[in-house]
Ligand binder design. Sequence first.
Ligand code: DLZ
Length: 151
Amino acid sequence: MSGAGAPDITVDGTGLRVTVVAASWHEQVMDGLLAGARRALADSGAQWTEVRVPGSFELPVAAARAVTAGADAVVALGVVIRGGTPHFDYVCSAATTGLTDVSVRTGVPVGFGVLTCDDEQQALDRAGLEGSHEDKGAEAVQAAVATAVAL
Ligand code: DLZ
């Protein structure tokens, strides 16, 4: 984890079934988030499957399906970049509220790896790519796996 006050999480996820649900907008950033998530999942020992959806708005329904299919934890990855209309706010709000609802309603942890950024550079800085300061795909995995183990 990174950022002021962030915990250092190392967790054994052996035996857990994790589903990664990933949006497809902003390909370069998504490639970084997915690579970071895969590294963290491999390190944790968990088994995982991946589901791609078009945009971040579609992440909650994919997360809900993953839970119904038996996932022990879900990791949601997406990138939303502010544009010239209020669309950004609606997509961010729908993704955040929808993923929270799935998690709280079902009791299955959902790692929140959705970047909500003012511009592409902010997203690249957090995508776990060479030169990035942060690796939010990996952090979302660590949070979801640690929560599944704790519960
Ligand atoms: C429409 C849209 C826009 C403008 N921007 C993004 C974005 O930055 N990131 C993202 O993940 N998705 C975006 N979308 C697509 C919506 O999430 C959704 O896929 C469409 O509104 C169709 O339901």
